[in-house]
Design a binder for this molecule. Structure first.
Ligand code: GLP
Length: 243
């Protein structure tokens, strides 16, 4: 594991975008797994900047988002599909057919999960996957549990996660109960993994992750210790370092 400790969120965003850009320059037909949430917004902004100012070319790239809420259509501003269009996709030259995200309004969720997993396999798996981490240690929507599904699946969201999204949905009760997420196995197949953590709210989970070299489904992020090539970018606040 390589840990890159940065000063602040802006630096984290720039360094993360730089790693993604290098990957794309090295392999223009890269397959990349992407997260949503607050953390990667800055990285997307830098990638858009690199596209606009330096011609970073996404035309051969394929992307797969990690997760999506169930029951929220892609036209809904609260969906992750909408987020991706807003912060990233509509500003770059990624081909529409090469952008993938689980369909939160699929008629048959089990079928959707199977299909999504198949599409990732057909694309040849991830060259790079970028991840955030929840305060409870979730990755994607793999919530702490006594066991974790390997592949893309439907998950019941934890109370902590639903509270975290309460603001976006007006109240905790309005937050969907379920989501579709890649499994830990889907995530671990990536050739390279980039984990981003910013802000003091992540310091407890990052301490647990970095100090305990132990794998447990009670801390899903701990499985990233099994990644073949993991880079962690964390700012000082997330590392609990005084500024
Ligand atoms: C969310 C998402 C994850 C995300 C994580 C951290 O619930 N399902 O994909 O990485 O939690 O979110 P944030 O970056 O907003 O802290």
């Amino acid at each position: 594991m390589r840990l890159i400790a940065v000063e602040n969120y802006d630096e984290l965003s720039e360094v993360a975008a730089g790693i993604v850009a290098e990957m794309i320059k090295m392999k223009p037909d890269s397959v990349i797994g992407l997260p949503t949430g607050r953390t990667p917004k800055g990285m997307y902004a830098y990638l858009v900047k690199l596209h606009k100012e330096q011609g970073l070319d996404f035309s051969g790239v394929k992307t797969f988002n990690i997760d999506e809420f169930c029951g929220v259509p892609k036209s809904d501003p609260r969906s992750f599909a909408f987020y991706m269009q807003e912060y990233f996709v509509k500003h770059i030259n990624l081909k529409p057919d090469n952008f993938h995200i689980p369909n939160g309004t699929a008629a048959n969720y089990a079928e959707e999960c199977k299909e999504y997993e198949k599409k990732i396999e057909q694309a040849g798996g991830f060259d790079l996957i970028v991840l955030g981490v929840g305060t409870n240690g979730h990755v994607g929507f793999n919530e702490p549990a006594t066991s974790l599904p390997v592949h893309t699946h439907i998950v019941s969201l934890s109370e902590e996660t639903r509270v975290a999204y309460g603001k976006l949905y007006g109240s905790t009760e309005n937050v969907p109960q379920q989501a579709i997420t890649m499994g830990i196995g889907t995530i671990l197949r990536a050739e390279r993994t980039l984990l981003l953590a910013s802000g003091s709210s992540k310091s407890t989970v990052m301490r647990k992750f970095l100090q305990e070299e132990r794998v447990t489904p009670l801390l899903p992020v701990s499985f990233l210790h099994l990644s073949s090539n993991l880079t962690v970018i964390a700012d000082k606040e997330a590392l609990g370092m005084s500024l």
